[in-house]
Design a protein around this ligand. Structure first.
Ligand code: NCD
Ligand code: ZN
Length: 344
């Protein structure tokens, strides 16, 4: 197969940031994607409906003329979130989900949840109004090894939480383990999982072998090869529990290349090329549309995009190694393999 046409894809987990960074990265996503779930972990975070509306306007203003891209907004769940404000923003169609960060789990998560009992009324309200919760699924306890944080979160936090609030619809964001893959399959329509582009390509060796490689460091951190293979099998399976959330997370090079470097891989620019290569390698090109364009809308109760995207196979395609922002460069994720599929 030398050419495939799929419904225009969506990105169900995306960081666009704000200001100069937003202006530089928004066009990268809008080029190929119809919609994206926009992460609210700004500084300060997007916690109220008013803040989400203002952020949406800044995103729309950053898009190139004529872009056909719709940002789907989220609120950042804190222990002080007002269930009524949340319900209003959801009823107005302003927000499509609420994001749960355990406090301290990742970039800009200090305002996240420490005591899950404190957010119980908000979770009940979300279950009642059908507002999904996107979960960063890692425990932050000092005694848990960073490579085990996702698996432990599922047992200690996610499963008990879902049993207490069975009607709450949950997306396990950016799963990185076989345990995540297996658990996501158990929840029927009430549970979904996003998988990033980079976690289909790298295992933890990419970060650590031959010198430390900050551009491959993200959270949740990439795991062993067996987990990457489980993610590949899930993404290419055709099972609608799994859908694309790139977690494209731009940081300036100076923030990545530091003694305490930021977590995040920037994949917006070349994601569709990488995914086509990955799905072809696994003889699953016919499953790419489901993963990138159909399963996500199905979970969120939205129609798939009417527009289409065509990928053509040819000689190796190259992408810029970095994109420029007014504050400095952002390195584009290098998949460490030749790419042959180009969006036409
Ligand atoms: C994200 C970021 O930089 O905002 N970083 C990352 O490594 N994925 C936060 C997140 O999604 O954990
Ligand atoms: Zn993220």
């Amino acid at each position: 197969m030398q050419q495939i046409t799929i419904r225009r894809p969506d990105d169900w987990h995306l960081h666009l940031r704000d200001g100069a960074m937003l202006n530089a990265v928004a066009p990268e996503t809008a080029r190929h994607f119809g919609r994206a779930i926009i992460m609210p972990n700004l500084v300060p975070p997007v916690v109220t409906g008013d803040q989400a509306a203002a952020y949406r306007d800044r995103i729309l203003a950053a898009l190139p003329e004529g872009a056909e891209f719709e940002p789907l907004m989220t609120l950042y769940l804190t222990e002080d979130t007002d269930p009524d404000d949340l319900a209003r923003a959801h009823a107005d169609g302003l927000i499509k989900a609420v994001k749960l960060y355990p406090a301290g789990a990742t970039t800009n998560s200090a305002s996240g949840v420490r005591d899950f009992d404190k957010v119980r009324p908000v979770l009940e309200k979300m279950a009642e109004i059908g507002c999904p919760m996107c979960v960063h699924g890692e425990v932050v306890d000092d005694d848990i090894d960073i490579f085990d944080r996702e698996a432990v979160f599922i047992d200690r936090v996610l499963d008990p939480l879902r049993q207490k609030t069975p009607d709450l619809r949950v997306v396990m964001e950016h799963i990185t383990t076989k345990q995540g893959v297996d658990y996501a399959a158990t929840g029927g329509d009430a549970l979904g999982a996003t998988i990033t582009t980079h976690h289909l390509v790298i295992n933890r060796n990419a970060i650590l072998v031959g010198g430390i490689k900050p551009h491959y460091y993200c959270l949740p951190v990439a795991k062993r090869e067996e987990h990457r293979l489980a993610l590949r099998a899930a993404a290419t399976s055709g099972d609608s529990s799994y859908f694309l959330g790139t977690d494209s997370a731009p940081h300036l090079d100076e923030a990545k290349l530091s003694p305490c470097g930021c977590a995040g891989c920037f994949t917006a620019t070349n994601t569709m090329s990488i995914l086509a290569e990955v799905f072809e390698q696994d003889n699953a090109l016919d499953k790419l549309e489901g993963f990138a364009s159909l399963h996500g809308p199905k979970f969120y109760g939205l129609a798939a995009n009417e527009a289409t995207l065509t990928l053509t196979k040819g000689d190796a395609v190259s992408y810029p190694t970095e994109i420029k922002t007014a504050e400095g460069p952002v390195t584009v994720f290098d998949p460490m393999m030749p790419l042959h599929w180009q969006v036409s």
